[in-house]
Design a binder for this molecule. Structure first.
Ligand code: HCA
Ligand code: CU
Length: 382
């Protein structure tokens, strides 16, 4: 993979999630934590959205974090001017190019889009020669390829932007489509490419990975994947995806902060972290079946592609159910300092299975069974 950067958009796309509203203090807390995690860029809601949105860009900038602060605006001089006035490090400019958005959003055709973008981008460059300037089409994957190429080539030729963005605004792209479009843009423009992908059909992480494989340099994420509708590529999911390709891709990030980051956003937005969540879901490192427990006890990599320890988390071996195995039971006995012989352990395992067919046993009930057995066998305590 190319050396890539994460554009963390919890404070922009994330705010578009149904239950997400952040106070100034919360925005600063989130930005600070993401900075400590090591994301390179933070995208914030347009200063044109509301008075507090504008003030909070300045408030986050005043924290002097390592990350670059970007804001996201429509393709107009007025919006761009207000973005520049906040003192942000970068401005992300976007305009729709799909037939749906050309008709129902801004009503412009491709020629008018190019002229407007050229005007606004030149304006920004004149005002602020050093600002990080990005141009993106919205709804790129429902736009005609010919239209897209016309727009991107015209913009690239101006030599004004640092980065081009593509957006799967309604979450319909397949990884192969993303790969092809990014690859084409990299070859044709040589510019940095950003991918922004929604998750309506479950491909947001795969699409982000495909973009990176094709040479994209930037990926948009939000914590827990918050965003419009069911959101975009989740930060933790992207980390899991890249970690399992090669740990080195994500070793520069402060991975043990991820659980705290997911928890903070879940709490603020009054959400549960889904059980199925990448890395931080409640069962992400729980092993259940006897065969799995045995393998993991011998070597965790048998059934773990991700080491929970790298994220400050621990694995759990679940014992009190009918799929349990005696290796897991022996492991629990050993953790309690009990030295039970194999025959006893196998007998206890059978007891657990039998009882658990009706009702799962609690960890305490298992421990009680083990302690009892140890009292009954002479010299049971190690
Ligand atoms: C939206 C816009 C956007 C923009 C993405 C980008 C999208 O809220 O509809 O500028 O990179 O998904 O198209 O979030
Ligand atoms: Cu979006």
């Amino acid at each position: 993979l190319h050396n890539f950067h994460i554009i963390e958009s919890t404070l922009r796309e994330g705010e578009q999630f149904s239950t997400a509203t952040f106070t100034t203090a919360q925005k600063i807390e989130i930005a600070t934590l993401l900075d400590q995690f090591g994301v390179e860029m933070l995208e914030m809601t347009s200063p044109c959205a509301s008075p507090r949105s504008e003030a909070d860009i300045r408030a986050v900038l005043a924290e002097n974090l390592n990350l670059r602060v970007l804001t996201h605006v429509r393709c107009t001089r007025e919006d761009a001017q207000r973005a520049i006035d906040t003192g942000v490090h970068g401005v992300d400019i976007v305009i729709g190019t799909s037939p749906q958005l050309m008709t129902h959003s801004h009503g412009k055709d491709i020629r008018q889009i190019i002229d407007l973008a050229a005007d606004v981008l030149s304006f920004v460059r004149e005002q602020s020669p050093d600002i990080i300037l990005r141009f993106s089409t919205e709804d790129s994957f429902r736009s005609s390829e010919a239209d897209l190429m016309r727009v991107y080539l015209a913009i690239a030729d101006l030599g004004l932007v640092n980065r081009l963005g593509i957006a799967d605004t309604v979450g319909v792209a397949m990884p192969s489509q993303v790969w092809r479009l990014v690859n084409q843009l990299v070859r044709m423009t040589g510019l940095d490419i950003e991918f922004h992908g929604h998750n309506d059909s479950g491909c947001a992480i795969a699409n982000a990975a495909a973009a990176l494989e094709a040479g994209a340099t930037h990926v948009d994420t939000t914590v827990l994947g918050l965003g419009e509708r069911n959101g975009i590529t989740p930060l933790g999911g992207l980390i899991a995806r890249l970690y399992t390709l090669n740990r080195d891709y994500v070793s520069r990030y402060n991975l043990p902060l991820l659980p705290q980051i997911d928890r903070l956003i879940a709490d603020i937005c009054q959400l549960d972290i889904p059980f199925s969540n990448y890395i931080t879901g409640s069962s992400a490192f729980t092993h259940k079946a006897g065969i799995h427990a045995k393998g993991v006890l011998a070597d965790p990599e048998t059934y773990e592609a991700i080491n929970p320890g790298d994220f400050g988390l621990t694995r759990e071996i679940s014992i009190g159910h009918h799929l349990t195995g005696w290796n897991a039971v022996r492991n629990r006995a050993q953790s309690l300092g009990l030295n039970l012989d194999d025959q006893t352990l196998r007998a206890i395992t059978q007891t657990i299975k039998q009882q658990a067919d009706d009702n799962a046993l609690t960890p305490q009930e298992i421990d009680d069974l083990l302690m009892e057995a140890s009292l009954q066998t002479a010299g049971g305590l190690a």
